[in-house]
Design a protein. Sequence first.
Length: 452
Amino acid sequence: MTETITIKTIASPLPIQSNGEPSGSQPPKSQKNMTKAERREQQERQRAAKTAAKAAGPSAKLAPAAGASNPKPAPAPIPATNTPAKRSERRGTVSGREAPNVFGDDSGKARGLRIFSHFGLPKPPSQAKGDIHPAIIRLGLQFSEFKISGANARCIATLTAFKTVIQDYITPPNNTLSRHLMTYLSPQITHLVSARPMSVTMGNAIRQLKLEISGSDIDLPEQDAKDALCLKIDNYIRDRIIIADQVIQEIAGSKIKNGDVILTYARSSVVEKVLLRAHAEGKQFSVIVVDSRPMLEGKKLLSVLASVGIQCTYLLLSAIGCVITEASTVFVGAHSLHSNGAVFSRAGTAMVAMMAKMHSVPVVVCCETYKFSETVPLDSFIKNELAPAGDLFSSTRSKDTLSLSAQPNFEILNPLYDLTPPSTITAVVTEVGVIPPSSISSIPLALGRTML
C-alpha cells in the first residue's frame, strides 16, 4: 500500500518597514480610518524607532568598507529608558492620555512644586498688548518690582494712573464715552494684573469706577464728563482711604493707655498712623515689632517709630513666644476682610494671633471697609501670591556660605499672605466703628453695596 505525503508550504512573515509597520500587499490604513488606540500605538512605535536610531549613534549609519576583512559588528543599540512609551508605562494612562508626572520631569529639569503653581508670582509684564497707556506700563513695572507695596498704596496708585488715562482718552467717532471708555480700560487692567495679581482693594475700586462710568451722562461734553469722573476718583480716595484712616486712628488710638506694650507684625500703614497719633497725643507706651523674612517690612516701621522717640523692641517671628506675655494688645493690619470674619494679611499674622489668643492677649485688626470681600476663603492655599525671594540668609559672615538662590533641585517658596481665622480676632476697627468678627457680613448693608 502506497502512502501519500502532503507537504504544506508556510508563508514567510511580512518584512517590517522602518517605521514599524508591516510592508505587505495590503496598503496601510490611513489616519482617518484608524481608531485612537491604533493611532497611539503607531506613534509609540515610530517614537521608539527614532529613539533607538539616535541611541545607536553615527556608527550604525556607517556601512563596512568593501573588501574589509572581519569587520567589527555594529554596537547594539542602547535601550531607551526615557522615551514617551517608557514614560507612559511608568506613569500609566488616563482616558487614553498620558497621566501627569507629579514627581517632576524625568529629564532632570526642575518643574517646581506643582501644588503651588497657581500662586501668583510678580513678574515684569510682557510686551504690552493693545493700546496701553505709558502711565499703566510704568505702574506695572513698579508693582512687579514691589516698589509700590501695600493694599492702600497700590489702590491709590492705580486710581491715580486711571485719572491720567481718562484725561488722555479721546472718544472715537460714533461712540459714547460711557460705553467705549469701559472697553478702553479693559486692556489697561489686564496689563496691571499680568504684572502682579490684583488686590481686593483694587478690585473694589475698579468696580466702583466702572459703575460711575456706566452712569455718566451722555449729554455732557467729553471734557466735562472726564473731569466729573476724575472728581469721583478723588472723592473715593478721600472718603474710603484717607478719612477712613483718620477715623481708625482716633478709635484705635483711644484703646492705647499709658504704660501699654503694643505688639505689631510686619508693617501696616494704618497701624503705623495709629501709633504715631497716640504718641503725638502724649501717651507713653512701647512697641514690639515682630518681623519675618524675606521682605522684612518691620524694619521700615521700626525706623519710623524710633525716629519720633517711641521705645521699640525688634525681633523675628520665631521668637514671638518669648515676648507675647509682655504685650498688652496686638495691633495688626489687613490686606482684605471677608464676610466670615477672617482676615487676609501678611504671612505670619495668623501665628501672631494664635499665640496672642493662647495667652489671652486681645488682637485688634485695623482695616478700612473698602477692603471688604464677600468671599469666604477656607485657607490661604486657594489664592495667594509669592513674595520676592530676597536675601534669605544675610549675616556678617561670608556671603558665599549663607546665600541661597533657586537651584535645579529645589524651589524657594515664599507665600505673601495667610488667613487669620475669626476665632483668634478680638475686634476689627473700621471707620464705621469697632465690629466683632461675627458681624463683619453687615458692612455692605451699612454702607450700601454700590460703595464697594
